[in-house]
Design a protein around this ligand. Structure first.
Ligand SMILES: Nc1nc2c(ncn2[C@@H]2O[C@H](COP(=O)(O)OP(=O)(O)OP(=O)(O)O)[C@@H](O)[C@H]2O)c(=O)[nH]1
Ligand SMILES: [Mg+2]
Length: 208
């Protein structure tokens, strides 16, 4: 599967602002600066549709994009939504900030009936911390299908990837083959993510 066309739809903070949509949502969550917007741009094959920044915490809203996809083998086409969720706590975060963030995400997970899956991003170079675990647990709590992606894999040597993935898998208490290395810079891991989306659409019984 690949994304052939995309457009920004709207930004929201609360359910009344979410766009009504007949299509399935795929949301991206992870600590600020982990590479959510970069990954979205890579998948959409657009340089700057989602704002990328060196200043962590750039995306404070829930951003919705509508995407037309094509399945190359079956030639089937359809639509889905890509949702860029606000990044959480690059550095120290106050309790108030954490609670506001958690409320914004919980409401989205709880109320968005067309949510088809969540991509949980972690930095391949860093040991999973309490923030990563909090995000993963939030997604697990709502029984949403999820895929864990280890970003910035270009920052470590190729031969070291398996051992870094193993570390992450221990920290997150997940099997190593549940964590997918990804690089926005080298565009690696794209096909596997796309296959996962397609599988979720098929499972949801709604490929278009
Ligand atoms: N080398 C490398 N750098 C990356 C990759 N992905 C993201 N970056 C860099 O990491 C920084 C943060 O990327 P963003 O995509 O803005 O991160 P984000 O998760 O959307 O951040 P917030 O919106 O603040 O939550 C930018 O400087 C990116 O260029 C990658 O795969 N490889
Ligand atoms: Mg962002």
């Amino acid at each position: 599967m690949r994304f052939v066309e995309s457009r920004f739809v709207t930004s929201a903070t609360k359910p009344s602002q979410y766009p009504a949509s007949a299509f399935v949502d795929f949301a991206f969550v992870g600590k600020s600066n982990v590479g959510k917007s970069s990954m979205i741009n890579t998948l959409l094959q657009r340089k700057m549709i989602a704002k990328v920044s060196r200043t962590p915490g750039k995306t404070r809203l829930i951003n919705f994009f509508e995407v037309r996809f094509k399945e190359d083998i079956t030639e089937e086409t359809g639509f889905l939504n890509v949702v860029d969720l606000p990044g959480y706590g690059y550095a120290k975060v106050s309790k108030t900030e954490r609670d506001a963030w958690r409320t914004m995400l919980s409401r989205y997970f709880e109320t968005r009936e067309n949510l088809g899956g969540v991509v949980v991003l972690v930095d391949i170079r860093h040991k999973a911390d309490t923030k990563d675990l909090m995000m993963l647990e939030l997604v697990q709590q709502f029984s949403i299908p999820y895929l864990v992606v280890a970003t910035k894999s270009d920052k470590i040597g190729k031969s070291k990837i398996p051992s870094y993935i193993k570390h992450l898998s221990n920290g997150l208490s997940l099997p190593a083959d549940h964590i997918l290395p990804f690089s926005a810079l080298h565009k690696s891991g794209v096909e596997k993510v796309m296959n996962w989306f397609y599988q979720q659409l098929l499972t949801a019984g709604n490929p278009s």
